[in-house]
Design a protein around this ligand. Structure first.
Ligand code: THU
Length: 146
């Protein structure tokens, strides 16, 4: 199971809290164009949880995903060490999977943390950021030129 690769696996009660939190976050989704609400709950190493939802725009490309909303909220509040993120959508038959842009933004803040991809019934699959975005480009690559 992918989770066993994680250096610091989450306690079951923390997983449950994160799963409930991403469902709660989904309620705030602003998605009048796609009608596809998404919620995310981001757990920091300090134990804080930041919620995020997708926020769309009449100028379509300006919309942002739930995962990046949560990450930007956390960063802007001074938190950048993450343990896990959980994601919820209304897809009944598929686990919601983060888009490539969100995977790259997650990767900026490390590769060894967990992404819980859920279904509305509370079931999930979990992978590390590394597993979702292997052989990635990150901050260290730029250091070679600084
Ligand atoms: N969306 C997310 O917020 N997260 C995902 O993991 C997949 C897609 C949003 C973006 C857009 O507002 C809507 O879902 C349809 O793509």
């Amino acid at each position: 199971m992918a989770q066993q690769h994680l250096a610091r696996a989450l306690k079951p009660e923390h997983i449950q809290q994160l799963l409930l939190s991403c469902l709660e976050a989904k309620k705030s989704a602003y998605c009048p164009y796609s009608h596809f609400p998404v919620g995310a709950a981001l757990l920091t190493r300090e134990g804080r949880i930041f919620l995020g939802c997708n926020v769309e725009n009449a100028c379509y490309p300006l919309g942002i995903c739930a995962e990046r909303t949560a990450i930007q909220k956390a960063i802007s509040e001074g938190y950048k060490d993450f343990k896990a993120i959980a994601i919820a959508s209304d897809l009944q038959d598929d686990f919601i999977s983060p888009c490539g842009a969100c995977r790259q933004v997650m990767r900026e803040f490390g590769t060894d943390w967990a992404v819980y991809m859920t279904k509305p019934d509370g079931t999930y699959v979990v992978n590390t950021v590394e597993e979702l975005l292997p052989a990635s480009f990150g901050p260290k690559d730029l250091q070679k030129f600084q």
